[in-house]
Design a binder for this molecule. Sequence first.
Ligand SMILES: C[S@@+](CC[C@H](N)C(=O)[O-])C[C@H]1O[C@@H](n2cnc3c(N)ncnc32)[C@H](O)[C@@H]1O
Length: 377
Amino acid sequence: MTTPEAADRAHVREQALGIAAGWSPPDAPPTWELTAELFRAIATEPELLGIAAGIPADRLPPLLLSAAVRYLVARRSPHPLAGYFPTPGSGQPRLDEGFRPALVAFAREHASELTQLCAEHRYQMNEVARSADVLAVLGAVLGAGVDPERPLALVDLGTGAGLGLHLDRYRYRFGDRTLGDPDAALTITPELRGRPAPLPARMPTIAARLGVDVEPLDLGDHRVREWLAACIPPETTAVDRFAAASEVARAHPADLVRAEVVDDVVGLCARMPEDALLVLVDTYVHVFLTDEQRARFRRQLSELGRDLVWISVDPLVPLGPEGTESVQYLPVPPRALEASRAGVTGVVGQLSVSRDGTAEGEVLGLAHPGGAWIEWL
Ligand SMILES: C[S@@+](CC[C@H](N)C(=O)[O-])C[C@H]1O[C@@H](n2cnc3c(N)ncnc32)[C@H](O)[C@@H]1O
């Protein structure tokens, strides 16, 4: 008979391997290999798996433990373990066979601190590169039935520290096409796979922006910054992007509210200017809602009585290789099913809702969870 503890371990192990496979599939840039190795170690080393299996499932055990490890390593700088992890501007340190034993020894020595960190924190990874996925969707919808000159009222659902609220302040390079201020502090450069992902003809004007989170994060607090930095996968471009985007967000304080995306969406949308096109952005948020919450969210959009576009970048649900459904209730192309079976993959979709409640949308692409590539379908 399988004990509950063994079942927890098996579940956490499967999740950790799915994360490793999604972030670092065989064709990923080699800089993602440390991330994969960290999650494979969480899946297979008893010192790590034991800690992760003790974390409630809704707190995303492998991801939360990875952040606790990164946080404690950054604080303690243990030799040689700290040297394997990138810091802003460092480039990707070389990964070798010394990493795993150093990690296991560290986990053994600091098991109670890691457990404590996991109990005190939530996993809140802000990946600003997902702004490129969102911009590609805007490239697809602006002009195609939507007035490209109309300013946007941007509501970032599950915004974390609000990095996604500044998508017009970053520069983007899609192959040989670029968009955004050449002097921007951050350039986001996803590899393009599949059909060329569209970019809008010009950067949309954002007339109003609002970030929503059950736990909005204040980047002005250095402890928050340190924890958020620890939630970033240990990949050099991700680490550099987070450092640059944090500075942009701190330089442009935006309106972040503590609210629940399903219970409060109607009231939050009512705060946005009527003459702007309402754009609801959800990157890696709806995937964590229950079936009932997702259904209620979708129903409310049709009852809002205004035009809106809901852009989602979320894995299929349920999260994991068995995921088959789009969080937006859109038909799922076979390629999205195939990619999701291979590892955690962002499914990029849009649902346009008219003021009379009618809606249409489609899955447009797939995206690496850490922004390394976009595969336009
Ligand atoms: C995985 S993070 C993604 C953050 C950001 N959207 C990104 O892609 O970088 C999920 C975020 O959603 C927030 N969140 C989760 N469930 C929520 C809910 N029901 N209402 C509001 N925020 C929620 C979490 O606190 C967290 O900041």
